[in-house]
Write a protein that binds this ligand. Structure first.
Ligand code: PEP
Length: 249
C-alpha cells in the first residue's frame, strides 16, 4: 500500500505575509489528516516563512526548482544546499513550465535530480506530454524519453527516494483534466518503465502523483484509481480551504 501524497505548487504566487496567512487558515483544516503526506511548494522568497509557519505540523515544504552547482558565478540561481538551509525537505524538478519557458531539458533535469539527492532533498520529478504529442499518439514515447533522460545513471536506492509526477501539459492551468482512466494509463506505463529500468519492488513502491487542474470536485475520482498515488496541485492549492478539501479527499 503506497501512502498518498498531496502536494501544492504555488508557482509565482504569494508573498511571505500571504504565506503566513495561508498556513494560519490551512493547518487547523488538516490537523487530523494523517492519511497522506502534505507538501507545499512556495516561491524561493517565501520558503523560510513557510517552514516557520508549518513548524509543529506534518506539512513539509519544497522548493519549485534548484540548481545543480553548489555555489559559483551563476546569477539568479539557488543551490540545493541553500534550499536545505531554509528547512525545506523537497524540491520540484522538471516542471513543464520550466521546460516550456526556461529551457529545462531532460539533461538538466538529471543534473538537478542528482544534486537534490546528494543534498538530501526529496525530488518531485515532473513528466508529461503536450497536447500535440498526445494527438500524434506520442504520449508513451515522450514519457519514456523523459523518464530515461531524468534517471540516467541513478541507482535503485536513489530512485526509491523520488516522487514522480505525471502532468500532461495540456491539463495544467487550463481547467482540462485528464480523465482518471487517461491518467491511470500513463501512470501504469511509467510504472512499467520503472520496473524495466530498476526492479519490480522499486516500481511497485514508486509513488506517482497526477497533476493538471486537480480541484476539490475531481480529486476523489482520481484517487479512486489504484495507479494514482496522489496529486500535484497548482491553482487550487493557493486557497487554504480548497487545498484542505483536496488533502481531505
Ligand atoms: C501544476 O502547477 O503543477 C499544476 C498541475 O497546475 P494546475 O493544478 O493549476 O493545473
Amino acid at each position: 500500500m503506497r501512502r498518498p501524497v498531496i502536494a501544492g505548487n504555488w508557482k509565482m504566487y504569494k508573498t511571505q505575509a500571504d504565506t503566513r496567512a495561508f498556513f494560519e487558515r490551512f493547518l487547523p483544516l488538516v490537523a487530523s489528516s494523517t492519511h497522506c503526506d502534505i507538501v507545499v511548494a512556495p516561491p524561493f522568497t517565501a520558503l523560510a516563512a513557510a517552514v516557520g509557519a508549518a513548524r509543529g505540523s506534518t506539512v513539509t515544504v519544497a522548493a519549485q526548482d534548484g540548481f545543480w552547482e553548489k555555489e559559483g558565478a551563476f546569477t539568479g540561481q539557488v543551490s540545493m544546499g541553500m534550499i536545505v538551509e531554509t528547512g525545506c525537505k523537497g524540491v520540484i524538478i522538471g516542471h513543464s513550465e520550466r521546460r516550456q519557458f526556461f529551457g529545462e531539458t531532460n539533461e538538466t533535469v538529471n543534473k538537478k535530480l542528482k544534486a537534490a539527492l546528494a543534498a538530501g532533498l526529496r525530488p518531485i520529478v515532473c513528466v508529461g506530454e503536450t497536447l500535440a504529442e498526445r494527438e500524434m499518439n506520442l504520449t508513451h514515447a515522450v514519457l519514456e524519453k523523459q523518464f530515461e533522460g531524468a534517471f540516467v545513471s541513478l541507482t535503485g536506492d536513489e530512485f526509491s527516494r523520488i516522487l514522480l509526477a505525471y502532468e500532461p501539459v495540456w491539463a495544467i492551468g487550463t481547467g482540462r483534466t485528464a480523465t482518471a482512466e487517461m491518467a491511470a494509463d500513463s501512470h501504469r506505463y511509467l510504472r512499467e518503465l520503472a520496473q524495466k529500468r530498476f526492479t519490480s519492488e522499486r516500481a511497485s513502491a514508486l509513488r506517482i502523483l497526477y497533476g493538471g487542474s486537480v480541484k476539490p470536485d475531481n480529486i476523489r475520482g482520481l484517487m479512486a484509481q489504484v495507479e494514482i498515488d496522489g496529486a500535484l496541485v497548482g491553482g487550487a492549492s493557493l486557497d487554504a480551504q480548497s487545498f484542505a478539501s483536496i488533502v481531505n479527499f
